[in-house]
Design a binder for this molecule. Structure first.
Ligand code: 5GP
Length: 187
């Protein structure tokens, strides 16, 4: 199964996903490629950090499930074609354009949209993790529009009012989808 956790920037997707991975050991988190610089203090394995030519070579080789340009400055992000270990479900933590691409190719993928309780909260989160003022301003501007776009394609919407509660809610959603009988003709 493919599970997508998506949402506007600064809603706390990453924190919810980190907790979700602790709650659910059947999940296998895909590691994305990006051309953006590593942030101060960010773990080296948060992404596969590559330069633009390397990213575009992988695009030409059809090596991505989805990819997109996000956040201005021509930064590219992409999900490599996943190779999960047997018996594990794929978890993607990606922005909305990528989520829409995955949903259009794999309609059975389950998408959970994470939203912030308020835009004030979202702004505070981005500032506390060290985002620069210009990108905070830009993300808030597009945040409301992104949320509306996300709601149109999401299977579930979860408010990240409290990480433990939100991660628990997502875990419950995934468990219910796994328990559903497979659709006729699917494998
Ligand atoms: P950040 O630069 O803050 O780590 O990530 C910016 C946005 O890109 C976040 O919304 C994150 O979820 C999203 N993102 C991370 N990896 C991918 C990916 O492989 N594909 C897409 N479409 N978005 C991604």
């Amino acid at each position: 199964m493919i599970f997508i956790v998506s949402g506007p920037g600064g809603v706390g997707k990453g924190t919810v996903v980190a907790r979700l991975l602790e709650l659910d050991d059947r999940l296998w988190l895909s590691r994305s490629w990006t051309t953006r610089d590593r942030r101060p203090g960010e773990p080296a394995d948060a992404y596969i950090f590559v330069d633009r030519p390397a990213f575009l070579r992988r695009v030409e080789d059809d090596g991505f499930l989805e990819w997109t340009e996000f956040g201005g400055n021509g930064r590219l992000y992409g999900t490599p074609v996943p190779e999960p270990p047997a018996g594990r479900d794929i978890l993607l933590e990606i922005e909305l354009d990528g989520a829409a691409q995955v949903k259009s190719h794999f309609p059975e993928a389950v998408m959970v949209l994470i939203v912030a309780p308020s835009s004030r909260e979202q702004e505070a989160r981005m500032r506390s993790r060290g985002d620069d003022e210009e990108s905070i301003r830009r993300r808030l501007l597009v945040g409301a529009e992104e949320e509306a776009r996300g709601r149109a394609i999401a299977d579930h919407v979860v408010v990240n009012d409290e990480v433990e509660r939100a991660a628990g809610e997502v875990a419950g959603i995934l468990a219910r989808h796994r328990a559903r009988p497979a659709a006729p003709g699917s494998c």
